[in-house]
Design a protein around this ligand. Structure first.
Ligand code: NI
Length: 195
């Protein structure tokens, strides 16, 4: 299964990278373009550590409220920022709020991006409670799951050690989205899990 972290990078991302390094776990980070532009060294550290980077738009709008040109601008500017910071061009995007429509799919496909949603929502941004995050992971995670968390909140990062211990104890191998999908996501397609 895959742990995914949205809305960074910021200082909490750096702390999370330390925890993941200690545990020998690779994860996937869906980064906001304007935050990559502000914190390029953190984005680069995540890439250099072997984590997968994904596109989470420039300023986190609901993409279904934009026309095709607006969607393209949000995604293309973020591709550029991530490439500039890390040398890597993401092949996956996560639409903010999980909101997508045919226009979002089509523009994403044109840009070589598949849409990666999730099947386990920890709601970490809402309750800000590490114990609750772990409880939701325990109740909902299966083989092939994609777990949604946010690396901009300290309480989310606080949950990660226990989440990893639980999942590994259950026999799960924690991998990047690309590894979960066997490297075979196709641009413009939508995925909720590796099953
Ligand atoms: Ni987000």
């Amino acid at each position: 299964m895959a742990l995914t972290f949205d809305d960074g990078p910021n200082a909490q991302t750096s702390r999370l990278l330390g925890i993941l390094a200690d545990r020998g776990v690779k994860a996937t980070f869906f980064m906001v373009g304007q935050s990559v532009a502000s914190n390029p060294a953190i984005a680069r550290a995540a890439a250099d550590a072997g984590h997968q980077l994904g596109n989470h738009t420039w300023r986190h709008p609901d993409l279904t409220t934009l026309d095709a040109a607006g969607v393209r601008d949000q995604l293309a500017s973020t591709e550029n920022a991530i490439e500039e910071a890390t040398g890597i061009v993401p092949t996956i995007q996560r639409p903010p709020y999980g909101a997508w429509d045919e226009t979002v799919k089509s523009v994403s496909g044109d840009l070589g991006l598949s849409l990666i949603l999730w099947d386990v929502d920890t709601l970490d941004w809402q309750h800000r409670d590490p114990a609750k995050t772990l409880e939701i992971v325990k109740a909902n995670t299966h083989r092939g799951s994609i777990v949604l968390m946010h690396d901009i909140h300290s309480t989310s990062v606080d949950a990660v050690n226990d989440v990893i211990s639980y999942l590994q104890g259950e026999g799960h191998t924690l991998v990047t989205v690309d590894q979960l999908m066997g490297g075979s996501t196709s641009p413009g397609s939508v995925y909720y899990s590796g099953r």
